[in-house]
Design a protein around this ligand. Structure first.
Ligand SMILES: O=C(O)CCC(=O)C(=O)O
Length: 284
């Protein structure tokens, strides 16, 4: 195992070509079974802390329910919860490609737990992430996301489905009145737009195993279906943004400092964590 921030995990030339042409890169087994278990071990605590903190700071922390309204589908703000997710967000295996593409002056735009539960997990309508983020005040699409899988993800439990190469279309107009249950008003691409784009590009469901990662461009069109299967589909998404592209609401949020690959397993959950403003990068 590599043990330092040596930039060893940057995209290879073949991955860079795929990023440019298709707008996403899949890497298998980025995180080990032990690391996935360690993250899941802190999952409930992180949820509780995000909920508590959202009463104080709704810019960093928010949550929505699954379609039945009985379980939480998303909880955001994981990167500042005193849990092992803090180490994941700074892990060189995911930071290196982000820095390679957009430079080292970046901060964590958000980190969320996608708790797509068995039987009632919500769907995500077709969208580009920049469909949401431009409206929040980021002028450039210099934003990078990585989805870290904590369960198997297959079409039956709502894996991520992408339109390869759709990022090249740039940001298209989105509607802002989507509702797939759970209380989140979704920003989404209209059926007429999707009909035109899908006439040219075939949707690609991406099957993943725990520990796999999908890195994707903020203009890549993607969606995922409801989870009516008996299998949870848990994952975490971290989105990074460049310092100069930050919207006013993210003023003062610290730049991300890369950690080390051993940090997740060595992470000591902070038992005394209390919700409060984000004044520095958590951890080391
Ligand atoms: O969790 C998923 O399946 C998709 C989430 C998503 O599209 C997003 O956060 O932009």
């Amino acid at each position: 195992m590599k043990t330092s921030t040596t930039r060893d995990f940057r995209f290879t030339p073949a991955e860079l070509t795929q990023w440019k042409e298709e707008g996403f890169v899949v890497r298998k087994s980025v995180f080990s079974t032990q690391e996935v278990d360690r993250l899941l071990q802190d999952g409930e605590l992180a949820a509780k802390r995000c909920k508590e903190a959202s009463a104080i700071d709704q810019k960093q922390y928010f949550m929505y329910n699954n379609a039945s309204g009985q379980t939480m589908s998303i909880y955001a703000g994981l990167d500042h919860t005193g849990t092992a997710f803090e180490a994941m967000c700074r892990d060189p295996r995911i930071i290196d490609p982000a820095f390679q593409l957009f430079g080292e002056q970046q901060y964590i735009h958000h980190c969320k737990f996608m708790n797509k539960k068995a039987f009632d997990g919500i769907a995500w309508l077709w969208h580009q992430d920049y469909g949401y983020w431009q409206g929040m005040g980021s002028v450039k699409p210099d934003m990078f996301s990585v989805m870290v899988f904590l369960d198997h993800a297959v079409p039956e439990n709502g894996c991520l489905t992408v339109l390869p190469g759709s990022h090249k279309l740039g940001r298209l107009p989105h509607r802002e009145d989507g509702d797939t249950g759970g209380g989140l008003t979704m920003t989404f691409l209209s059926n007429s737009t999707m009909k035109e784009v899908c006439a040219r590009i075939k949707p690609l469901p991406i099957t993943c195993a725990p520990g796999d990662c999908i890195f994707f461009d903020c203009n890549l069109m993607h969606s995922s279906g409801h989870n009516l299967s008996p299998y949870d589909r848990r994952a975490s998404i971290v989105a990074y943004n460049t310092d100069e592209n930050r919207p006013g609401v993210h003023k003062g949020w610290p730049l991300v400092r890369p950690g080390r690959v051993e940090d997740i397993l060595n992470f000591q959950t902070d038992q005394n964590w209390t919700p409060g403003p984000r004044t520095s990068t958590p951890g080391r």
